[in-house]
Design a protein around this ligand. Structure first.
Ligand code: NAD
Length: 507
């Protein structure tokens, strides 16, 4: 065991000790709340299945309390100046950075994500707060739309208290990606994190309050999706739901929110293609293909889980790929050498294992991996490469959300595009080619919300993030986030005594 690994384990234990002393509750109106009916759930680590802590499972009562706190706090928060909000969000970013090590280690143990990736989670979260902090003062700005005899101008106003529902894969970063723009816009928030990874949401809620966020502006309710999540989506005081999670859950949330005409923003699943043409830079494409499916345990919405590779280079590319996949270091997530940690939960582990049976029954070949790894009772799974896949197979169509890459050959550009688009999803797409014309042509035809050409996924916060088809509704990033968290209002002022149509003058 390296010194760094031992040090990570020692520190993680210290940071996690506080969670063992009492059940993790909720944070509502600036106060810690234990929960009303005593329902608790055990939260375990996927490293060895041991219990980290217990968590109060909130329901309608806790959601009512939190929605009430968010409603009460809304008026003052929406009327706070943009400058005040900017200063506060920067203070939150400072506080996140100051506790970056704690956040990373806790998240790594809670989720199984390798520390080499999680060490950046808190820093990226802080960047989200800084980015939206700087835009808070101009978030309300609108357009000047003059007409004859009239002056039209638009203003933007925060939509109201919003619900934020997040998944377990990179929970801290994703929560900040939603909460930071909501707060910058002037909305108050009720956050419902995923039940399999509740710890860093509480750290975030605490940090925001320690940084001076007024009571009730950010509230946290822990609980089961179908109970606490449902209550939040149905609550009449919650104006909008920002949701990150699976497409099926998105469908439920849309139905649950229908009676109250909830505004929804969905970042959902993906089955993202990476197309490698024969004229691509072979080695760089190989690096990116490996990185974009085996990093973050493959539990990544933008993972390139389908490799479409031109037939002329298929065998050479797959041989090189297989060699790399066999070399991926699976291990304890706190070991800095680990590239692939345990999957989040035994249920998810079983789901990924089951896809091996499904793939084999459909005729796919397990070229590398495909097995659970028996290690410390944890949820480990081998990095897996499936070849001989055709696009109607379930392993080419469904989101496995694990370290499993399906390889499909194609002959020409038209077939590459046809296969890339032949899924229900449309989140991200990647393409590798040395031909600039082809890059633009193919990118233009791919049904994906985001396309990276000759690149892995590199985020630039002002750009729109989101998916088409079953991958989502709406975009995050830059001003796109404010479009969701704010209403645009038009104000029309007459500039002359124009003639007003007259009714009721007869007799
Ligand atoms: P999930 O849909 O099971 O759960 C997400 C959240 O929704 C959890 O907090 C859960 O408690 C809650 N929830 C579940 N049922 C609910 C209901 N009926 N009403 C309200 N809330 C409910 O997703 P998951 O398994 O936690 O996360 C994995 C999924 O998230 C994958 O499909 C992945 O692609 C997707 N994801 C998408 C993005 C993106 O940006 N597009 C990013 C990360 C993850």
């Amino acid at each position: 065991m390296s010194d760094r690994f031992a040090e990570n384990q020692r520190k993680a234990e210290q940071y996690l000790a506080r969670f063992k002393t009492k059940s993790l509750g909720h944070l509502i109106g600036g106060k810690g709340i234990a929960g009303y009916d005593g329902n608790v759930m055990e939260n375990s680590t996927p490293i060895d299945g041991s219990t980290l802590n217990t968590v109060s499972m909130g329901g309608e009562s806790e959601v009512n309390l939190a929605a009430g706190a968010a409603s009460d706090a809304f008026s003052d928060w929406r009327n706070a100046s943009g400058t005040a909000r900017r200063q506060l969000l920067h203070r939150i970013a400072d506080a996140v950075e100051a506790r970056a090590e704690e956040i990373s280690l806790v998240e790594s143990v809670d989720t199984g994500q390798a520390i080499r990736f999680m060490s950046k989670a808190a820093i990226r979260g802080a960047e989200n707060f800084r980015f939206f902090a700087d835009r808070a003062p101009s978030a309300r700005d609108g357009l000047h739309l003059p007409a004859v005899n009239q002056l039209n101008y638009t203003v933007r106003e925060p939509v109201g208290p919003v619900g934020v529902i997040t998944p377990w894969n990179t929970p801290f970063m994703l929560s900040t990606w939603k909460i930071a723009p909501a707060l910058a816009a002037g909305c108050t928030v009720v956050h419902k994190p995923a039940e399999w990874s509740p710890l860093t949401a509480m750290l975030l809620a605490e940090i925001t309050h320690e940084a001076g966020l007024p009571q009730g502006v950010l509230n946290l309710v822990n609980g089961i999706g179908e109970v606490a999540g449902r209550a939040l989506t149905e609550h009449r005081d919650i104006a909008a739901i920002a949701f990150i999670g699976g497409s099926e859950t998105g469908r439920h949330i849309m139905a649950q929110g229908a009676p109250t005409l909830k505004r929804v923003h969905f970042e959902l699943g993906g089955k993202n293609p990476v197309i490698v043409f024969e004229d691509a830079d072979f080695e760089r494409a190989l690096d990116a293909v490996v990185f974009m499916i085996y990093s973050l345990n493959g539990e990544r919405c933008t993972s390139s889980s389908r490799l479409l590779v031109q037939s002329s280079i298929h065998d050479r590319f797959v041989d090189a790929l297989a060699k790399r996949v066999k070399n991926i270091k699976v291990g304890h997530p706190l070991d800095p050498n680990t590239e692939l940690g345990p999957l989040i939960h035994p249920n998810h582990h079983s789901k990924v294992c089951n896809y091996m049976k499904i793939g084999a029954a459909e005729g796919a070949l397990i070229r590398v991996g495909g097995q659970a790894i028996d290690r410390d009772g944890g949820c480990y799974f081998q990095p897996t490469l499936l070849t001989g896949v055709s696009h109607e197979m379930r392993v080419a169509q469904e989101e496995i959300f694990g370290p499993v890459l399906s390889v499909l050959p194609f002959d020409d550009e038209a077939q590459a595009v046809q296969q890339a688009n032949a899924v229900d999803y449309g989140l991200a797409g990647y393409l590798w080619t040395g031909d600039a014309g082809r890059a633009h042509r193919v990118a233009g035809q791919m049904d994906c919300g985001m396309i990276w050409v000759n690149s892995e996924n590199v985020r630039h916060l002002p750009t729109p993030f989101g998916g088409m088809k079953s991958s989502g509704i709406g975009r995050d990033g830059g001003d796109y986030s404010f479009d969701f968290y704010m209403e645009t209002k038009n104000i029309c002022v007459a500039t002359t005594d124009h003639r007003v149509p007259q009714l009721g003058l007869a007799d």
